[in-house]
Design a protein around this ligand. Structure first.
Ligand code: DGJ
Length: 741
């Protein structure tokens, strides 16, 4: 790993064994981009990569020179209005109304390690020797605005982290109208764009299309990263598969409004931008003030989409998630939401917990409804004090009784919200985000607190901390159940209202920071009506996230498969729920519900008292299986094998670090009669090692499992041979392969 500056040619080369990134100070003083991709040898001068050519109609800065035009060069911090007509990475509105800027190189520094980002989540390293950071300083001479562009490369992995910090070193206030975190100018546009899109209860489905001339984009203006589009995109070559070919992944470490776009220009190059959504953003920078953009992470893979995902998984597992739980296997929990909804008291909860404890469940999580007058969605949010009618011994009393059953105790909060029917709202009506004089939309009958105000965050922290100091709480599920509307803060002046969305998210991060610092033993699971804020920003504070409110095993195949494109298996909250399923009304076998949930944090979302003895035996076996293999399932190397978006079957697998154990999950949605003979080619095994298959004891070398494949066809469909169980819809199997000496 190294970052080099070649003074003679004014080029920077950032590289490690997997990736290279090359930039140069352009003849006009701006910072240009020359290459991003697989690692290449270093050389003194890469300036021949600068593509200059006289083109008719181009806007050029120097009289007599028709070759150098910002319209054609690849740029690191492009702005609009001086010859580059593509979408800009920065836009600064000045006092006189001008929006033109010209960021010129002034200096750079190269340091070991990676500095943190004030107030924002970001990747980090524990040892300075594990990363190097280049900070290039640019300045717009007329306004005095300085831009510090930071680039970090890690010792391992083809990932680069980038952010920009603006400082007003001038003597006039300006407004940042656009401050993107990343600009990647790719020399060609022969890519397919893959995004993770959906809606509530069907989040992160893989959607792809060919890049075409013009702008294609995804984003959120809902105040949270959203169920609808995830702050992630992949660009892959048309021939790229899961295992072969080039892919570039872009991920934004941010939980609020975002924009990701690719603009294909007339010459076929593609500009990728990622950052805070400019349509809901305007930030006033007074002289002396600074603004920090979120971090964007780009990954290059020459080994297909699996290679890209594995690079994200490793980075996000070890260098983004933090705290005591980062590297630990996750407790198997039972959550009472789908078992009781709002209809519970202490006795009922303890009954659920007792049965769960007897099956080997390790943690009981009390969901919504334990506080204030929260008998329905209409009341109570904001009053974080136990409802003594339901819980006569309070949270501390319940947690103690759960502890006596040998289980840990977890608790649900929705800290950012308020109901009109709450003591909090009655005493602080001005803490609600709203435009004075206008009606406000509710979402699930609730309103959003103005987390851009420190006193609001202080008050919520105080109530939460009181509970956490008094009760033995090992886990928090932090929920957020509506999008933001009528966004306006009564605490800041008119010319700063464009800051509220971002200030709100900074408030959310502040509360997370205080809680995770002061209660470091607590495992956090983020949630936003399921997967409405499943993003890298959240992962920094909460190493796992509730993936979706949809707990149906068939729907979860697509949701979890899509999520795995960027997010590690240890972050994917997954539970076995009852059948028929509450969201889809679909009946699926208990084994298939577990076989999907194993590829995540694993738990139950039902009342085990309502199960038969036979089912309970199965549950005990599932829990024992998960306990034995969760370190591999959650922290092994994950491979997608067969896509649920392309057919009736899905398969994925994980391989242990030493490659001696592999767990394969195979799933078929609808049963088939007289169907094809099917095989799945496995990945990541040792070619010369013999593995035994847990399903039938078959032994084959790794090369056979990988090149010839694992037979998955089901002979029982159709005529069922004597002694064989007939197969059915929603069939699945787990194969454990172990190396034999
Ligand atoms: C939405 C979450 O996604 C559910 O799991 C549950 O916690 C409910 N909110 C409770 O209101």
């Amino acid at each position: 790993m190294s970052i080099l500056f070649h003074g003679g040619s004014k080029t920077f080369h950032i590289w490690n064994q997997d990736v290279s990134y090359v930039m140069m100070i352009l003849p006009n003083g701006q910072l240009g981009q020359l290459y991003f991709g697989k690692r290449i040898h270093d050389r003194e001068d890469f300036s021949d990569l600068l593509e200059l050519a006289p083109r008719a109609m181009a806007s050029c800065p120097w009289m007599g020179n028709k070759e150098f035009s910002l319209e054609h060069v690849k740029l690191e911090l492009p702005s609009y209005g001086s010859g580059d007509f593509r979408a800009p990475a920065v836009e600064i509105r000045q006092g006189d109304g001008s929006r033109i800027s010209d960021f010129q190189y002034t200096s750079h520094r190269i340091e070991d390690g990676k500095p943190g980002l004030a107030g924002l989540p970001a990747t980090y390293v524990e040892e300075a020797s594990n990363a190097q950071t280049l900070v290039v300083e640019l300045k717009d001479p007329l306004t005095g605005i300085k831009a510090e562009l930071s680039y970090t490369v890690f010792t391992q992995g083809a990932a680069l982290a980038k952010n920009v910090r603006y400082v007003n070193e001038g003597d006039q206030a300006v407004w940042l109208e656009r401050a993107m975190s990343l600009c990647l100018d790719l020399p060609d546009s022969l890519y397919e764009w893959v995004q993770l899109s959906g809606a509530w209860a069907r989040e992160r489905h893989m959607v792809s299309r060919k890049l075409a001339p013009g702008i294609q984009s995804i984003g959120s203006m809902r105040g949270h990263s959203s169920h609808h589009h995830n702050p992630f995109l992949a660009l892959k070559r048309p021939c790229t598969t899961e295992d072969h070919g080039e892919a570039i992944g872009v991920s934004l470490v941010y939980s609020g409004n975002f924009l990701m776009q690719a603009e294909v220009d007339v010459h076929g190059s593609a500009r990728v931008l990622a950052g805070i959504h400019p349509d809901t953003f305007s930030w006033k920078l007074e002289p002396g003030e600074a603004f920090q953009t979120p971090e964007a992470v780009t990954v290059y893979s020459s080994e297909g989409l699996n290679g890209m995902s594995q690079a994200f998984h490793k980075l996000y597992q070890r260098c983004l998630a933090r705290g005591e739980w980062r590297d630990k296997v996750r407790p198997i929990l039972i959550n009472n939401w789908e078992a009781t909804y709002f209809d519970f008291d202490e006795e009922k909860l303890l009954e659920i917990a007792k049965k769960a404890a007897s099956c080997g469940v390790e943690m009981f999580v009390l969901d919504d409804g334990w506080f204030g007058r929260r008998d329905s969605e209409l009341a109570g949010l904001g009053d974080w004090v136990a409802n003594k009618d339901r819980l006569p011994h309070g949270i501390a009393g319940l947690a103690k009784k759960i502890g006596q059953l040998g289980m840990k105790f977890g608790l649900w909060f929705e800290p950012e919200m308020v109901n009109l029917d709450s003591d909090l709202y009655r005493s602080h009506p001005d803490w609600k985000l709203e435009v004075p004089g206008r009606a406000s939309c509710h979402g699930r009958n609730q309103f959003v607190l103005d987390f851009s105000r420190k006193e609001v965050v202080d008050a919520i922290y105080g109530m939460m901390a009181d509970i956490l100091q008094e009760a033995d709480v090992s886990y928090i599920k932090w929920d957020m159940n509506r999008s933001m509307t009528e966004v306006f803060s009564k605490a800041i002046p008119a010319d700063r209202q464009g800051e509220v969305f971002h200030r709100y998210i900074l408030g959310v991060y502040d509360l997370y920071d205080r809680l995770t610092s002061n209660f470091p033993h607590i495992l956090f699971e983020s949630c936003a009506s399921g997967g409405g804020r499943f993003d890298p920003g959240m992962l920094y504070y909460a190493p796992q996230a509730w993936t979706s409110d949809n707990t149906d095993a068939v729907e979860r195949m697509k949701i979890q498969y899509g999520s795995s494109l960027c997010y590690p298996i240890s972050s994917i909250g997954s539970h076995v729920s009852t059948s028929p399923n509450h969201q889809m009304n679909r009946k699926t076998p208990l084994r298939t519900r577990a076989n999907v949930a194993y590829f995540g944090t694993f738990g139950y979302e039902l009342d085990l008292n309502r199960m038969s003895e036979e089912e309970l035996e199965e549950v005990k076996e599932q829990i024992a299986f998960m306990k034995e293999y969760r370190s591999i399932l959650q922290f092994g190397t994950f491979y997608r094998l067969k896509s649920p978006f392309e057919g009736n079957e899905m398969a994925w697998m994980v391989v242990s670090q030493d490659q001696k154990t592999a767990i394969v999950g195979w799933y078929r949605v609808l049963n088939q009669i007289n169907g094809s003979f099917t095989r799945v080619k496995l990945k990541g095994l040792l070619e010369d090692t013999c593995y035994e298959n847990s399903q039938d004891g078959a032994r084959h070398y790794g090369d056979e499992w990988m090149h010839l494949g694992l037979r998955t066809s089901d002979v029982t469909a159709g005529e069922v041979p004597a002694g064989k169980e007939p197969s059915n819809d929603f069939e699945s199997k787990i194969y454990v392969l172990k190396a034999v000496e």
